[in-house]
Design a protein. Sequence first.
Length: 75
Amino acid sequence: MLADKEIDLSGLRCPLPVLRTKKALSQLAAGQILCVLTTDSDSRQDIPAFVKQAGHLVLDIVSEDTKNYFYIHKQ
């Protein structure tokens, strides 16, 4: 999936992935897609919960070994 912006948050632990995702989303226009890469296992629950609460949409979550890729559509 193509994203308008990608951020690599590998190695960061909770709550930093959520905070950095929030900051990155604030820099995008509505309709754009953000790809977030995390290695923190808590992100599998934290990122989708934040995205829903903020009114955005998780388009896809792809997991490869310890890596999680979140594709987020900014509303």
